[in-house]
Design a protein around this ligand. Structure first.
Ligand SMILES: N[C@@H](CCC(=O)N[C@@H](CS)C(=O)NCC(=O)O)C(=O)O
Length: 217
């Protein structure tokens, strides 16, 4: 098997999922950064959707963060999915569920008015309610064992923390289970290592460029 190469965009939460998994498994991989909103021609040629992450391995192209995650889980040890098929399927369902929250963080970043910012915060709080319930007050999503479901939710909490630190917005208000989960995930080495250098500044620069309400008031 050739060394996998991940095509990334510096602030993409979906790419970050793949990076966390690669780091947790100690895989030797290459990473290439592109500006996904101004993509090079070679990327458009290899990517069917024009989206990152893309994983290049053995001359093949994989896309969609969940599919890339399942592939990496299958071919590299240690394994992180629970073995029980029903629990594994449930984990996959909730991994898909967290994908919806990433749209919320992007919308909030780019919101043009207080009204729309408030609306996006409320939408994320509504979505996160069921996640808070299913997570329970346990260390990780499945209890004591750290798993892919934890990794796939981590980029959400990195962004939640960004909004808390820079804009005093506490999206997790009222979600004690998620706050505890967030604290654990943000402290984890693979999650810290998955955040690109200068992440906060890059996020803020994007917001300035897009005349975001949060930076312009
Ligand atoms: N469902 C995809 C979502 C990937 C995605 O939306 N990536 C964004 C960057 S974070 C992207 O490439 N956007 C470019 C575009 O939509 O043209 C996945 O899970 O991999």
């Amino acid at each position: 098997m050739s060394k996998p190469k991940l095509i990334s965009f510096n602030i993409c939460p979906f790419v970050q999922r793949s990076v966390i998994l690669l780091e947790e498994k100690g895989v030797d991989y290459d990473i290439d950064f592109i500006d996904v909103y101004n993509p090079p021609a070679w990327f458009l040629e290899i990517s069917p959707t024009g989206k990152v992450p893309v994983l290049q391995v053995d001359g093949e192209i994989l896309f969609e963060s969940t599919v890339i995650g399942e592939y990496l889980e299958e071919v590299y040890d240690p394994k992180f999915h629970p073995t029980n098929p029903l629990i594994k399927a449930k984990n996959r369902a909730w991994m898909e569920y967290t994908s919806a929250l990433y749209g919320g963080t992007f919308n909030l970043m780019m919101a043009k008015s207080k009204n729309s910012a408030d609306k996006y915060i409320q939408e994320m709080r509504n979505t996160q309610k069921s996640l808070d319930e299913v997570k329970h007050n346990r260390p990780w999503f499945n209890g004591e064992e750290f798993s892919m479901a934890d990794m796939f939710a981590a980029p959400y909490f990195v962004r939640v923390e960004f909004f808390r630190q820079h804009f005093n917005i506490n999206i997790l208000e009222g979600s004690a289970n998620l706050q505890d989960w967030s604290d654990r995930l943000i402290a984890r080495k693979s999650v810290k290592d998955s955040i690109v250098k200068g992440f906060d500044n890059i996020m803020i620069e994007r917001m300035v460029e897009n005349k975001s309400y949060l930076v312009n008031g």
